[in-house]
Design a binder for this molecule. Structure first.
Ligand code: 5GP
Length: 203
């Protein structure tokens, strides 16, 4: 599928700071849209329906799968997560760039559907730091942290399928690196065909 806007896909193992980086990026730079995912996970403290996710029961999510409402979906940590096909495609068709924050299974599906998508993988500086971040954020039990750490190691292996790697040393630096990726992608020759044609026509 060809798209007018750029589909920026961001993945990272849990605890790598992806949510903070994407949030900081979207707050600072307003020329890209974010698409909220749908999930069957229960909201964490402070999370709001329609802001962080659309929180739905599993039965409802499965009916959405049947109705082909998702561009991609995956089961992550025993919960389903999916990207709205209609919302993303409408924005891209209108020439908007769109950021989606999805896991590696979802990114793999997107690579097939939208080959021109730009895929960014965020890594922790070290596993030690990742463990500390997961523990310090105090959101999950020890069992869940262990599960997330072993899953993180599997996910890190998927990084080779991505176009860009950001090592999250600081949120500020990572936000700027994500910005640089977007700017560079916008300047690609293949995305400037129309401008070049016009110039060649002497316009
Ligand atoms: P969390 O429960 O911590 O918010 O997210 C868990 C994982 O699900 C993260 O890796 C996040 O990127 C991923 N995720 C969030 N939304 C989607 C989605 O729409 N599709 C897929 N495949 N993964 C998602």
């Amino acid at each position: 599928m060809k798209t007018k806007g750029i589909l920026l896909v961001v993945s990272a193992p849990s605890g790598c700071g992806k949510t903070t980086i994407c949030g900081g990026f979207l707050n600072k730079y307003k020329d890209i849209s974010y698409c909220i995912s749908t999930t069957t996970r229960t909201p964490r403290a402070g999370e709001k329906n329609g802001v962080d996710y659309f929180f739905v029961p599993e039965k409802f999510f499965k009916s959405m799968i049947k109705q082909e409402k998702f561009l991609e979906y995956a089961k992550v940590f025993n919960n389903f997560y999916g990207t709205s096909k209609e919302a993303v495609l409408k924005l891209l068709d209108n020439g908007n760039d769109v950021l989606i924050d999805i896991d590696t299974q979802g990114a793999r599906q997107i690579r097939k559907i939208v080959p021109a998508s730009v895929q960014v993988f965020i890594m922790p500086p070290s596993i030690k730091i990742l463990r500390e971040r997961l523990t310090n954020r105090g959101k999950d039990s020890k069992e869940v942290i262990d599960l997330r750490l072993s899953e993180a190691k599997n996910e890190l292996e998927q990084s080779r399928f991505y176009d860009y790697i950001i090592i999250n040393e600081t949120v500020e630096a990572s936000v700027e690196q994500l910005r640089s990726i977007l700017i560079a992608e916008r300047l690609r020759e293949k995305r400037k065909k129309r401008v070049i044609e016009k110039l060649l026509e002497g316009k």
